[in-house]
Design a protein around this ligand. Structure first.
Ligand code: FES
Length: 77
């Protein structure tokens, strides 16, 4: 299966340090994080460890070339 777009803009979140499981499949009800909805799709979350608190723009369209982060691809239609 292919990833699906959950929204055509990034999820901008002020993140605390720690391990985050980004929803790579686009199907989670708790965007932008994995909630297990990828079951059966053959996809899995992208796990990243943030060493410090920072603002993260998580890709919402699932077309970013720098996933799990937004690279502006959503705006290039
Ligand atoms: S729900 Fe999308 S990767 Fe887990």
């Amino acid at each position: 299966m292919e990833p699906i777009s959950s929204q055509n803009s990034p999820y901008v979140v002020n993140e605390e340090p720690g391990t985050k499981a980004y929803c790579a499949c686009g199907r989670s009800e708790g965007q932008p994080y994995c909630d297990g909805s990828h079951a059966g799709t053959g996809m899995a979350p992208t796990v990243v460890k943030l060493e410090e608190a920072k603002t993260v723009a998580w890709c919402g369209c699932r077309k970013s070339g720098t996933a799990p982060y937004c690279d502006g691809t959503h705006a290039r239609g």
